[in-house]
Design a protein around this ligand. Structure first.
Ligand SMILES: [Zn+2]
Length: 306
């Protein structure tokens, strides 16, 4: 299985356009020991030629251009077969509107998310102007499903969504929606060694790590986990007010480091890193603590081959 990390920052990117926190300010001055990042985005493939996206970030157009594997191979073409959506957050869905150039794609999402996009937000009708264009597919909680392209060809990639919360974005008007606002995504494919499977867990927005989820993560070859904030009060300390990490639906890194200490995972990476997070600074004690605990801090354009 091939994994490309196209973007590794939380919403707003790093640096964030309207932020002059210590991290953002130092990056702009070229004094920062660390790298700028675009918004979190993954691409996965079993064969290296047909790709599926996890989420569709607001930076997607630039991320595609920065990734030769995702460039068209004919006048009108894309190696991107479709998208799996873990939420209806703008960070996850704005990129869909950047894919509106009449390209057939398949999109998988929870029923409530399909309803929000297709019934509440008329702009997404741009993805269904002609036939064939975007084929929308429903995914259910904890039921693995094979990924197909818009024409029905099997990508030899399997996905499973574990629904995590009923925390919908503030733009959503529908009420009484099922608790399927965010999901952890698990991807599985054959490895290059015959007979063995490789499994990737992707949970960029996770409020808590309960036992059922921990046991699902256990044994994964790669874990990409919510690295939004280092500490629960990070934003309050930087801004002087605001919500805690937990109130925003994110488990702080200093907490998940402890909870995942004994989970068996091949490679563990923090992703979806907010611009205020001290782990972005490679000279910080927090960055060191993450590395010392066996974790990596994901960067844009990392390639993982499994
Ligand atoms: Zn900042």
């Amino acid at each position: 299985m091939h994994l490309r990390i196209l973007g590794s920052a939380a919403g707003g990117r790093f640096p964030q356009w309207n932020c002059a926190c210590g991290n953002c300010d130092f990056v702009r001055q070229n004094k920062f020991r660390g790298k700028p990042r675009t918004q979190a985005q993954l691409a996965l493939s079993s064969d290296g030629s047909r790709w599926f996206l996890a989420g569709a970030s607001p930076d997607l157009a630039f991320q595609i251009e920065a990734t030769p594997e995702l460039h068209p191979r004919a006048l009108r073409d894309s190696p991107i077969a479709g998208v799996v959506l873990a939420s209806a957050d703008l960070d996850d869905v704005l990129g869909l509107l950047l894919l509106r150039e009449l390209q057939p794609l398949r999109v998988y999402a929870a029923a409530s998310i399909l309803q929000i996009l297709r019934e509440e937000n008329s702009m997404f009708a741009m993805l269904n102007r002609v036939e064939p264009q975007v084929a929308w597919n429903l995914m259910s909680d904890s039921v693995p499903f094979p990924l197909f392209d818009a024409q029905g060809a099997d990508l030899d990639l399997c996905c499973e969504a574990v629904f995590l919360s009923g925390r919908y974005p503030r733009y959503v008007r529908s009420s009484g929606l099922a608790p399927e606002a965010t999901a952890a995504l698990f991807f599985e494919a054959d490895s290059s060694q015959a007979g063995s499977k490789k499994r990737i867990a992707y949970a960029p927005a996770i409020e808590k790590l309960g036992d059922p989820l921990l046991s699902k993560i256990d044994g994964c070859d790669v874990l990409l986990l919510d690295g939004t904030f280092w500490s629960d009060d990070e934003l309050i300390r930087v801004q002087g007010s605001g919500e805690t990490a937990h109130q925003m639906g994110h488990i702080p890194v200093e907490e998940s480091l402890r909870l995942l200490k004994n989970v068996r995972v091949g490679r563990r990476l923090y992703i979806h890193i907010n611009n205020t997070n001290p782990i972005l600074n490679e000279a910080s004690p927090e960055h060191r603590a993450v590395l010392d605990a066996g974790w990596e801090v994901a960067e844009d354009n990392w390639h993982l081959e499994l």
